[in-house]
Design a protein around this ligand. Structure first.
Ligand SMILES: NC(=O)c1ccc[n+]([C@@H]2O[C@H](COP(=O)([O-])OP(=O)(O)OC[C@H]3O[C@@H](n4cnc5c(N)ncnc54)[C@H](O)[C@@H]3O)[C@@H](O)[C@H]2O)c1
Length: 271
């Protein structure tokens, strides 16, 4: 079965860059009408225009997903423009570092407001339109929806929360024709990852370390996550709901991590 979203309307939050931009491009390439909801009023219109220039149907709708009134307004604008919503890709998110002591209350609230509450708000206003005709929601979690890295409490908690939100909403809407799934990427080469690497004195070393964390030997491309999102949004995934699909180059597989695999036991050297 080929993926074909002709006649379908897709919302992609955080579609101005990174995984969201690749997803908007992918879905538009498969003939969906795509609405990019993003806070970035500079990059957002440029991404939408580039997709439209390549023959896709795509428009930018400015929106801070952590503010209910803005989300409600943006969803109304999408429905006025395209007449429906079939696919919601809840992707927008931010990363902040800190432990329980060093994370400020403002940082915690800001990150949760975008990563977790933002996903709730977009669902709150989009789902009523989807129930009418059936549809699919794909939430972008992370390998940190299932595991943790140190000094990252708010992000890890928000990503664990998104998997809970996925499972809870999948039950609420299963009998009303809306499937809800989560993709959990490993390290993906986006502006967010480059920003995180840039916090180090040696960003390239961080990227090399990220490459080695994945058994496939490299970080992922945004397009590889977009492919998984398109699959989960499509009728090819018609019997999948409440699931978490890791798109991580095998990152979660090795017990003890890649370092342990390379040198930790006799099994690693006894060939
Ligand atoms: N890059 C990775 O390695 C990686 C790994 C796992 C999960 N993820 C997740 O994938 C998603 C996308 O990440 P990315 O790496 O493409 O990030 P990115 O920073 O490259 O892009 C994020 C997009 O979200 C938008 N955004 C931020 N705050 C917003 C808000 N309040 N309202 C609307 N839009 C907002 C930004 O403007 C931007 O366009 C995030 O949820 C992230 O946590 C990323």
């Amino acid at each position: 079965m080929n993926l074909d979203f002709t006649g379908k309307v897709a919302i992609v939050t955080g579609g101005a860059m990174g995984i969201g931009e690749a997803t908007a491009r992918k879905l538009a390439g498969l003939a969906a009408s795509v609405a990019i909801l993003d806070i970035d009023r500079d990059a957002g219109p440029k991404s939408a225009a580039a997709i439209a220039k390549n023959g896709g149907i795509c428009e930018f709708f400015p929106c801070n997903i952590s503010v209910g009134a803005e989300v409600s307004q943006a969803i109304d604008a999408v429905v006025s423009k395209y007449g429906a919503i079939d696919i919601l890709v809840s992707n927008a998110g931010i990363q902040l570092y800190g432990d329980a002591v060093t994370t400020s209350e403002e940082e915690w609230d800001r990150l949760m407001g975008i990563n977790l509450k933002g996903c709730f708000l977009v669902s709150k206003y989009a789902v009523p339109h989807m129930i009418e005709r059936g549809g699919a929601i794909v939430i972008v979690g992370s390998v940190q929806s299932m595991t943790a890295i140190s000094n990252s409490i708010a992000y890890v908690a928000s990503k664990h929360g998104l998997l809970g939100l996925t499972r809870a909403m999948s039950l609420d809407y299963a009998h009303r024709g809306v499937r809800v799934n989560c993709v959990c990427p490993g390290a993906i080469d986006t502006p967010m990852l480059r920003w995180a690497a840039g916090l180090s004195d040696d960003p390239e070393k961080v990227i090399q370390t990220c490459n080695r964390m994945h058994p496939l030997g490299r970080i992922g491309k945004p397009e590889e996550v977009a492919d998984a999102i398109a699959y989960l949004a499509s009728p090819m995934a018609s019997f999948i709901t409440g699931a978490a699909l890791v798109v991580d180059g095998g990152m979660l597989v090795p017990a003890g991590g890649m370092g342990f695999q390379e040198g930790g036991t006799g099994a690693a050297t006894h060939k």
